[in-house]
Design a protein around this ligand. Structure first.
Ligand code: NDP
Length: 355
């Protein structure tokens, strides 16, 4: 749970503490379930810093869990469900419990894909990538698509969707190993490290025909390097600005927006989409799940998870993610996954799945 406020910069271990309580009993209309996987996402830090969470609150987080006792009308003992139990071993699910109305609890089908994917490629992150890439940017074959935080939970999926549409895809990531992964494992056409001294030059070389679409996850100096390369009628999906969340990169948080304003002024017909995944759930979640499940099943979309083991690792994993030390979608294996087969266990033995 949250141990202190106000919170500054990036998180530290002292911001969190472990507490224990008895396993809750479900009231009528509720079920109690054991957390199997907990999703760690950058937006959670925004909630904590802005005071949505208070000292003593269970930290918010989406979960995949196994129902152990049910008085719920739709979920039975043994079901695997997606819910929002937060950073805890057990949680109650019932109507009105979810803190985000648009992420309602639902049953997860183990036959479809490994159940952890409900927090990643087949969950909110996959829908985010799909909405920003397919629905907002509307890629056309031959166009150049650039994505930042490209090896992360959202970025890796966004780039692969653009590849499916026939685009030239350029990823921006930190470590060289991440850049290699994007090209060698995911088939990106080029990958550039924002840690390189000549990052802006490298990006320009990787985009010889300019940039038609940009999936923005980072902001700050990364956006500054993208900005001069936009073609006329370029499309931006402004998904996130993670370099600003800890506000420690020395850049004025408003600078990115001033630069975006300048780009709109300079590049007539440019379109900037502000992306909020919640806007896409009602109309697009079902078709998204159908098409993404097919893409995952036939190998057109692969995904990498950065899997930590044990709830007590959540603060360290969360801090590592915000500092760019994650490699793939960050999540915690909280309890033993009863659906794991030998094949999935084997692929997960190095902490990752590459479907
Ligand atoms: P990631 O798995 O991509 O993890 C964050 C990554 O951001 C790090 O691995 C790091 O990658 C990169 N990063 C962190 N700090 C910096 C920095 N200062 N400069 C450059 N890169 C940095 O996270 P997610 O995929 O979960 O989220 C990606 C973005 O999408 C976030 O901005 C998030 O807020 C946003 N988001 C928005 C949603 C919406 O509805 N609009 C929904 C879901 C997510 P590297 O090592 O490569 O630099």
């Amino acid at each position: 749970m949250l141990a202190r406020t106000p919170l500054e910069g990036y998180p530290t271990d002292g911001d969190f503490r472990l507490d224990s309580s008895s396993i809750p009993e479900p009231a009528d209309g509720q079920c109690v379930s054991r957390t199997l996987y907990l999703s760690l996402d950058p937006y959670q830090w925004g909630r904590r810093r802005s005071g949505v969470e208070q000292v003593g609150d269970v930290c918010h987080g989406r979960t995949v869990s196994a129902v152990i006792k049910s008085r719920h009308p739709h979920f039975n003992e043994g079901d695997i469900i997606f819910s929002t139990h937060g950073w805890q071993d057990y949680g109650l699910t019932g109507s009105g419990i979810s803190t985000f109305g648009y992420m309602l609890p639902r049953r997860v089908e183990p036959a479809l894909a490994p159940i952890s994917s409900a927090l990643g490629v087949l969950g909110m992150l996959g829908l985010t990538a799909y909405a920003g890439t397919a629905l907002q940017c509307q890629p056309k074959a031959g166009e150049t698509f650039v994505v930042s935080a490209a090896s992360g939970g959202v970025g890796q999926i966004a780039g692969q969707i653009a590849k499916i549409y026939g685009c030239r895809v350029v990823g921006i990531a930190g470590a060289q190993a991440k850049c290699d992964f994007l090209q060698q494992s995911l088939g990106f056409d080029a990958a550039v490290s924002h840690l390189s001294e000549d990052f802006a030059d490298q990006l320009a070389s990787a985009c010889p025909d300019g940039i038609d679409m940009y999936f923005e996850n980072v902001g700050g100096k990364v956006f500054n390097a993208v900005l001069p390369l936009f073609n006329r009628a370029a499309r931006i999906s402004r998904c996130g600005l993670i370099s600003q969340y800890g506000n420690t990169d020395g850049l004025d948080p408003l600078q990115t927006w001033q630069h975006i304003g300048q780009a709109v002024f300079d590049q007539q017909a440019m379109t900037i989409h502000s992306l909020f995944v919640g806007d896409y759930v009602a109309d697009h979640q079902k078709p998204f799940l159908e098409i993404m499940s097919q893409w995952v099943a036939n190998g057109k979309v692969k995904y990498r998870e950065d899997l930590w083991t044990g709830l007590e690792q959540a603060p360290a994993a969360f801090t590592a993610m915000l500092a760019g030390k994650n490699f793939g979608k960050t999540m915690i294996a909280v309890g033993d996954d009863p659906t794991l087969t030998d094949a999935i266990s084997h692929r997960r033995s190095d902490g990752n799945i590459l479907a």
